[in-house]
Design a binder for this molecule. Structure first.
Ligand SMILES: N[C@@H](CCC(=O)N[C@@H](CS)C(=O)NCC(=O)O)C(=O)O
Length: 227
């Protein structure tokens, strides 16, 4: 049985969606990152990067959400496009992993955690917005990222897209990202997506962003300045 190490953040959600959609047998293990569970020795044997999600599948451990999506898709043969479209699938998966996710995360981080750096706010806001526009444009005239077939690329978008209004500090952002909104509405309506939200709600994760949580999530704030 697959062990799924998760919390309710965007990257674990994507993997939760695959697990629920595929019907794979899995056991969910909450990792409370505000409490610091990610820094424990046992978890770092599974993900040396000390972040969620991660999975253990027998002797195999996999970390990084889009790597897990690809691993599970190849394992099951599900949610993959035709072989001739694999190049495009990989491009979108990697773009979401290296662009959309990190830039959205940094845009939110600098605006809310380190507002004393206006250029960082501007740079990440600009880039996150540009990346989301690329995703929205891709979905113009296409039901899914890969066209007519629901794939792991859509699951990767599903994890992050609900955060767009917070990332861009724009409550009505979906008025202009209409294609993403349409995809989200379709996926949110799927029983698997509902079960993922139930899974997250079934565990009480620490909510306070107090000093303990800050030290666990953003240890660099408390580290000496580089010389
Ligand atoms: N590239 C990684 C990023 C993972 C990541 O940043 N996870 C966040 C939650 S979405 C996390 O574990 N944060 C806790 C921490 O940074 O200590 C992936 O796609 O899985």
């Amino acid at each position: 049985m697959i062990e799924f190490f998760y919390n309710g953040a965007p990257n674990p959600l994507k993997v939760g969606l695959f697990l629920e959609e595929s019907g794979l047998d899995y056991r969910a293990i909450p990792i409370d990152t505000k409490k610091g569970d990610q820094h424990t020795g046992g978890f770092k044997d599974i993900n040396p990067n000390a972040k969620v999600p991660a999975i253990r599948d027998g002797e195999t451990t996999v970390f990084d959400s889009n790597a897990i999506l690809l691993y599970l898709a190849e394992k099951t043969g599900q949610f993959l496009p035709a072989t001739s479209d694999r190049g495009q699938l990989l491009s979108w998966l990697m773009f979401i992993a290296s662009g959309v996710g990190p830039y959205s995360g940094q845009a939110f981080h600098f605006r809310n955690i380190a507002p004393e750096f206006p250029y960082a706010i501007k740079r990440y806001h600009y880039e996150a917005n540009r990346h989301w526009q690329i995703v929205d444009d891709r979905l113009e005239g296409r039901r899914y990222i890969m066209g007519d077939i629901y794939t792991i690329a859509d699951m990767a978008v599903w994890g992050w897209a609900p955060r767009i209004p917070y990332v861009l500090e724009e409550p009505d952002a979906f008025d202009r990202f209409r294609n993403i909104a349409r995809l989200m509405a379709e996926l949110d309506d799927r029983p698997a997506a509902k079960r993922v939200h139930e899974l997250v709600a079934s565990h009480t994760f620490r909510s306070e962003l107090d000093e303990t949580a800050m030290r666990n999530l953003y240890p660099q704030i408390f580290a000496p300045d580089p010389v």
